[in-house]
Design a protein around this ligand. Structure first.
Ligand code: PLP
Length: 375
């Protein structure tokens, strides 16, 4: 089975982890700092604060934004649940904004969702394709809102040569095993705001500031959300290889684009000319007639060795959200869920693998096109 995404671990990655395992510090040493410096350099941001997951990084970013009970957060339902879970954990309420055909938040609908209780806009760069961050920032500025960008898919994506992570008040990346760069579990927040950076570091580590000798002072309520030293070493080693990973992903995506161009049974997501994508996912958008046999298509693709997946069930369709916030229906988001299918695209695939995926996919899709939906 070719998974839709997977990690790539080299001998050098392994050696780096072993080096740190044999050193004096497994946590709270120099490796985390070095990894954070390397992230800042790669992204072009002032501060990077690593966490033991993107989920804890999201919670930290929301907490230091002073998000409080009954605050409203405008966000996208087409994401992993953690994007909204972590502000719901602080008592805030999701205000769902519909998406565009590419799965990214539709910036044209944001402004009408703003109320006096709105605190922040939380967009997600779906599949690695950058959101329209300039327009989102403009709306946020006009209404004095924060922009917290969940770029868990988009480490290495860019707009006009500037990396994602340099646009929002805070940007979150995930280093989960199947994300573009991995530390096993891990994540980070990047920001240019020194005050946020300071508070994020405190939140990550019990809210404790070191004083002289044995003395320390706990100045805010914090957690232990630290990354280990060996995870940081893996991250720094991976970061050296990241541009190669992205190159391979991009080549595969371009190959698919060519193979699938003009197909009448599905469409793919186009990138703007001034942007690049980490290609975390390669989403396929089936035509309405293929939404009915999608379960069969999914099963047959898996049986034939394609580790396809669906991204995502709109967050508001989960029982927890229905019980807590009631039913939500958004036209494009609901339709996106019915028609989306992610096919394998990652750095461990050869071009032969990509050809196998494209051939198999086209064959299976063609077969089911005769069945369609009986409207
Ligand atoms: C993966 C992911 C997360 C969570 O990341 P973890 O590092 O697994 O906690 C959050 N948001 C999005 C959009 C993701 O894809």
């Amino acid at each position: 089975m070719i998974p839709y995404s997977r990690q790539s671990i080299s001998d050098e990655d392994i050696n780096e982890v072993v080096r740190v395992l044999q050193s004096s510090h497994l946590t709270q040493g120099k490796e985390v700092e070095l990894f954070e410096e390397a992230i800042c350099e790669y992204i072009g941001s002032k501060f990077a604060i690593t966490f033991n997951s993107a989920t804890s990084a999201l919670l930290a970013a929301y907490a230091v934004s002073d998000i409080e009970p009954d605050d409203e957060i405008i966000t996208t339902p087409i994401s992993f649940v953690a994007t909204s879970n972590m502000f719901v954990a602080l008592g805030a309420k999701p205000i769902w904004c519909d998406v565009k055909l590419d799965g990214n938040i539709d910036e044209r609908f944001i402004e009408r969702l703003i109320t006096p209780r709105t605190k922040a806009i939380v967009p997600v760069d779906f599949a690695g394709k950058p959101v329209e961050i300039a327009k989102i920032n403009e709306i946020a500025k006009k209404h004095n809102l924060l922009v917290i960008q969940d770029s868990s898919h988009a480490f290495g994506s860019s707009i006009d040569g500037k990396k994602i992570g340099t646009f929002a008040d805070m940007t979150i990346f995930s280093f989960h095993a199947i994300k573009p760069l991995t530390t096993g579990e891990g994540g980070c927040v990047v920001t240019d705001n020194e005050e946020f950076a300071k508070r994020l570091r405190l939140f990550r580590s019990h809210g404790i500031v070191k004083k002289q000798l044995w003395n320390s002072d706990m100045v805010m309520l914090g957690h232990n959300f630290r990354l280990t030293e060996f995870a940081a070493a893996l991250g720094r080693s991976q970061l050296k290889r990241l541009d190669n990973f992205l190159h391979v992903r991009d080549e595969i995506a371009h190959y698919y684009d060519e193979r699938f161009q003009g197909n009448k049974l599905f469409s793919t997501i186009k990138l703007e000319n001034n942007t690049t994508s980490s290609r975390h996912l390669y989403p396929i958008i089936l035509i309405p007639a293929l939404q009915c046999p999608k379960e069969d298509i999914f099963t047959e693709l898996q049986e034939r060795g394609l580790g396809v997946q669906v991204h995502y069930k709109p967050i508001y369709q989960n029982s927890y959200y229905i019980e807590k916030f009631g039913e939500t229906r958004l036209l494009v988001s609901d339709d996106f869920y019915r028609s989306e299918l992610s096919i394998p695209c990652h750095q461990e695939m050869s071009m032969d693998d990509a050809k196998f995926v494209a051939d198999t996919f086209l064959e299976v899709i063609e077969k089911y096109s005769y069945r369609g939906c009986s409207f």
